[in-house]
Structures are given as C-alpha cells and as structure tokens.
Design a protein around this ligand. Structure first.
Ligand SMILES: [Mg+2]
Length: 119
C-alpha cells in the first residue's frame, strides 16, 4: 500500500506540479491553516461542540487535509521524507517534554528553561 507521501508525489508528477518553489508551498500551508482557523471565527466552540457538529467536522476535515497535503508537497519538493521528519521531531520533543504528569505551569517552566538553555 502506498503512503500518503507517495500518492501525493504521483498526483503532483502527473500534473507537472512537482516543481513548486518552497516559498509558495510555505505560503500555501499558512493560507490553508488560516482557512482552518476561519472555521472558528466568530465562534467559541469547544472540543465537545466541534465533535458533535457534523457540518463543522466535514469542513474541518477538508481544511486539515489541505494543511497536511501542502506540508507533504513541501517535503516532496525538497526531497525530504515526511515520516522521517515527524519521527525526528517526536524524538526531540520526547526529550524536551519527559512523559510524566505535568501541570500547565510545570510545562511552561520546562519550556522556558529549555529555550534559555538552547539560545
Ligand atoms: Mg482549503
């Protein structure tokens, strides 16, 4: 079975859309992220309300998929393996945020300390 990255790569190649510039793809990721955020404009739905609103979820799925797809396009354009990037980042944040129960205050303290250490 093909991975999402392989399917998107094929899709782009068939349409000769596989040579997009990274700056255009970065803009597209943010634009699609804004479309996702726009769904929440003038509202204040919490997670439970979002999950119970079928029309909202339908629209959210579409915009979230757009963000993912453009992110894959960026990886493809630069010859990067998206899964490898995700694994690397997960390994990094695993160390940054050790798996234990933390309060929000603990989390913010650790984050601040980490940033000061890595300036
Ligand atoms: Mg969109």
């Amino acid at each position: 079975m093909k991975t999402s990255q392989e399917k998107i790569k094929e899709y782009l190649k068939k349409r000769a859309w596989d040579k997009n510039e990274p700056v255009d793809l970065a803009k597209s990721i943010i634009i699609e992220g804004a479309e996702l955020l726009e769904l929440f404009q003038w509202g204040n739905k919490n997670r439970k309300q979002v999950m119970s609103d079928k029309e909202f979820i339908k629209n959210l799925r579409g915009e979230l998929a757009d963000v993912f797809i453009y992110s894959y396009c960026m990886a493809i354009s630069l010859g990067l393996d998206a899964d490898e990037l995700i694994q690397e980042k997960l390994n990094f944040v695993e160390k940054k945020y050790p798996p234990r129960v933390m309060s929000r205050e603990d989390h913010l303290k650790i984050k601040k300390k980490f940033r000061e250490k890595n300036k």
